[in-house]
Design a protein around this ligand. Sequence first.
Ligand code: SF4
Ligand code: SF4
Length: 377
Amino acid sequence: MADVYNWQLGRKMEYIYEEHHPRKQISWVYDLNKCIGCHTCSLGCKTTWTSGRGQEYMFWNSVETKPYGYWPLGWDVRLLEVLGVQEWKGDKYNGKTIFEAAGPEKAFLGFLPETEDWAYPNLGEDDLSSPVEKGSHFSLPHIAWMFYFPRTCNHCTYPACLAACPRKAIYKREEDGVVLIDQHRCRGYRECIRACPYKRPMFNTVSKVSEKCIACYPALAEGVQSRCVVNCIGKIRIQGFKNRHDKPDPENPIDFLVHFKKIGLPIYPQFGLEPNLYYIPPIHVPIPYLRQMFGPGAAQAVATYQRMREGKEPEIQAILHLMTSTEYIVTRFLVKGSEVIGYDEKQKEVVRVPVREPIHVRPHYDEKLAVYRHNIT
Ligand code: SF4
Ligand code: SF4
């Protein structure tokens, strides 16, 4: 085991291979306040990559409803239960990761879901945390709550799938940090599925090998976003390349949200994989739940988002608006007056939008057509 630095834990940890960082790291930030659970992302992925034989049940992108939705069944709670005390002291994690909690006999703590565990992708969909009592009214945080939780592979910095593969069939690309399974080397031992705490590799029952999200790497090479991002109806998804934690660039939109504003948080950082998909937590959910899921920065991220809603964080607002207004990957943003401009890797302008989207209100009654409008904005 090597000692590697995991910035999300604020400390070094054990990993099977030496610390290594790709030239660029593909990353995402999802705003969970905007997801409407429409599953268009899942279908955009499915129709592109997993419509073949043996892939019938596969969703490389899936959307579940928290707190009671899971796909596969209990993927997170089953591991959280056996991981031990997950204590944070400030920004430093004092508990054990899945690598450290494994014990001398094993390389990681994990489990292989049964076939039936994959059978119900919409289990718990739209279920609330508790019944809604008569006479209750909206307040923050909500008494009864739920939120949609879209998931793909996190293209982790320290992937458990890669660490677990006895065939060394899994690799992390130097050019963009995408984690891939070599379909020719894989023998279908499913150790990657057992090891990945997010359960993102899946077994193809016809080809008898494992498969997973490939981050639409052919699109990335053209500077275009992944299918799930381009197709997102709620415009919750921001995609780009993240710099290392010790060399963040304030003009890089992902760095700005993750390292400067700390509003984009990793999912279950305590597992120790340094996932590269970040989430803006839903502001209506109790902080203890968010803290368990997104780490110690949850309360601050919610407060920052609230400030943005009050117009006090115009740059965050500008990024959220900018990045979801183009299919191209924006690597630099610049706020200029009332506009925000996005540039690609070649520093070419690819998109320009107002920081605040203008709202036009039309009259409720249209005299010319003699009709009433229900939608006036
Ligand atoms: S999320 Fe799972 S499958 Fe994806 S890179 Fe991390 S460990 Fe591997
Ligand atoms: S397409 Fe976007 S809004 Fe719809 S479920 Fe997927 S992430 Fe959520």
